[in-house]
Design a protein around this ligand. Structure first.
Ligand code: SF4
Length: 223
């Protein structure tokens, strides 16, 4: 089919009134001659590069910093969980790999700032495609991805990670939840990063309700 005929067909189909004009410059005679084999250029270039054999698993090469590995459920600096059980990550997941059940925080059982927390949180790593849409959907930055890539196992159950498998460990100075929010703060203060450490009132609350809690600071009564 000649170029003019193609244009006529497209014009009738799309209602165009001018022929399509490409922004790419037309190739010269040499370029046109080599065009059919141009794709082999990448292959040929790599013929002359040194061969690299990864010695995995004896030598583990660190992945790139933004590699999408195992997920992590993060905490605020006072130890409260960031997940509010909203399920947006589960809705965003194209592989249906995430299951969340939220529940209400109460004065005696405050797991996260605000009204709700994630009571059940599961990620099925037999389904997950590590696309990262879940972490984009999360409104509180509760969910992020680590660089951990060794996710294999002999059983289906072992590859369904539960909340305790995904929760970030307690960092220096954090107090295990549940405990009240920092006095005088709202959930908005937590989201804005205004809560930066554990308050004495929170320590006192845990000392009263769980005196044997190992995350209490040294010197506060345990047991
Ligand atoms: S991880 Fe984020 S998006 Fe998923 S339920 Fe928790 S707060 Fe919502």
């Amino acid at each position: 089919m000649a170029d003019d005929d193609v244009w006529e067909v497209n014009r009738e189909r799309d209602g165009r009134d001018a022929p399509f004009v490409s922004n790419f410059p037309k190739k010269g005679a040499v370029g046109q001659a080599f065009a059919p084999v141009a794709g082999f250029g990448v292959t040929l270039r790599n013929f002359f590069r040194p061969t690299v054999t990864e010695q995995y698993p004896r030598v583990k090469t660190p992945p790139m910093p933004r590699y999408h590995g195992r997920h992590q459920l993060n905490r605020y600096p006072d130890g409260l969980e960031k997940c509010i059980g909203c399920e947006l990550c589960a809705w965003a997941c194209p592989a249906d790999a995430i299951y969340v059940e939220g529940d209400a925080n109460t004065p005696d059982h405050q797991m996260s700032p605000g009204e709700r927390y994630g009571r059940v949180y599961q990620i099925n790593y037999l389904r997950c495609i590590f696309c990262g849409l879940c972490i984009e959907a999360c409104p509180t930055r509760a969910l992020t991805m680590t660089n951990e890539y060794e996710l294999a196992g002999p059983t289906r159950e072992g590859l369904i990670y539960e909340k305790q498998d995904l929760l970030a460990p307690l960092g220096q100075g954090m107090l295990a939840a549940p405990h009240p929010m920092a006095p005088g703060t709202t959930d908005g203060d937590y989201y804005r990063g205004d809560v930066t450490k554990v308050a004495q009132e929170q320590i006192d609350w845990v000392a009263e309700h769980r005196p044997d809690d190992p995350t209490l600071p040294v010197g506060v009564a345990r047991g």
